[in-house]
Design a binder for this molecule. Structure first.
Ligand code: NAD
Length: 276
């Protein structure tokens, strides 16, 4: 494969770069995921709330690829938190995806004011123990949520998927993840493609390496050790975004990008986000 794996804390291999499908309507997901699989992506990141697990599943089936060659992640939505409701939501997601097991299941948001993420995670541990999912983890957990989770449950999460890009570098989370053996997975790795890809420092590095700004930002993540899941529905960009394993940024490039941190979120604050 074009994409090297990282080894999760339970020995499972996860491709370091995958394809995200947030905001891709179900009827476009089949084509977009199909294009990604053809381009060499072997990891797909969806979620129950994205409403495209069925289209994603159709693309996986249509690809003809062996099941074990594709790493599939989905996420438990907020309204399904709680032990029994999590078990039911997992079954519903698998059914929509048309799969008999999942590679990675994540709690989408911590919802700290509800106090349900411990029980929810215990249901993930049960699914993992039953062999229905190869790895379990969380998303949008702040250090305080992770510390509580690790102290009150048995399986250290394999992954924490958090908003992370050059304008929000998440030093405290990355440090804690490294300490605990938790892989850092970056969502909105391209900063949603907005101003970030026009920042002069990034454009200059792209020109220097004869690459695109998106490739430079993705390569920065890869060299930091992050898992990345860029999203696009444009075939040329889908192909461009995976071509980041045949060049390297030097120390000067890395330092210039690291200097862009502004601790600025594009998405909600996990401490207060409570949408059902
Ligand atoms: P992203 O940073 O991947 O940016 C995607 C946007 O950038 C595209 O819509 C397009 O406008 C632009 N783009 C993509 N490739 C480009 C290229 N080569 N050149 C120029 N522009 C390009 O943002 P995202 O979609 O928010 O995040 C990626 C994935 O992360 C999502 O699809 C989803 O799977 C996941 N995610 C998870 C959460 C969570 O709460 N866990 C939240 C948001 C996103």
């Amino acid at each position: 494969s074009k994409v090297p794996p990282i080894i999760l804390n339970n020995g499972v291999e996860m491709p370091q770069l995958g394809f995200g499908v947030w905001q891709v309507p179900d009827d476009e997901a089949e084509q977009a995921v199909g294009t990604a699989l053809e381009a060499g992506y072997r990891s797909i990141d969806t979620a129950a709330i994205y409403g495209n697990e069925e289209g994603t599943g159709r693309a996986i089936a249509a690809s003809g690829l062996p099941r074990e060659d594709i790493f599939v992640t989905t996420k438990l939505w907020n309204s399904d938190q709680g032990y029994d409701s999590t078990l039911r939501a997992f079954d519903a997601s698998l059914e929509k995806l048309g799969l008999d097991h999942l590679d990675l299941y994540l709690i989408h948001w911590p919802l700290p004011s509800r106090g349900t993420y411990i029980d929810t995670y215990k249901a993930l541990e049960k699914l993992h123990a039953d062999g229905r999912v190869r790895a379990i983890g969380v998303s949008n957990f702040l250090p305080e949520h992770l510390r509580r989770l690790v102290s009150e449950t048995s399986v250290v999460p394999a992954v924490n998927q958090i908003e992370l890009h050059p304008h929000l570098q998440q030093h405290a989370s990355r440090e804690l993840h490294a300490e605990q053996g938790i892989a850092t997975e970056a969502w909105s790795p391209l900063g949603q493609g907005k101003g970030l890809l026009e920042v002069p420092a990034i454009v200059a590095i792209a020109q220097k390496h004869d690459r695109t700004p998106a490739q430079v930002v993705l390569r920065w993540h890869v060299q930091l050790g992050n898992v990345v899941i860029p999203k696009s529905v444009t075939p040329s960009r889908i192909k461009e975004n995976i071509e980041v394993f045949d060049f390297s940024l030097d120390d000067e490039d890395l330092a210039a990008i690291s200097a862009l941190n502004e601790d600025r979120r594009l998405g909600p604050d996990p401490a207060t986000f409570d949408m059902s």
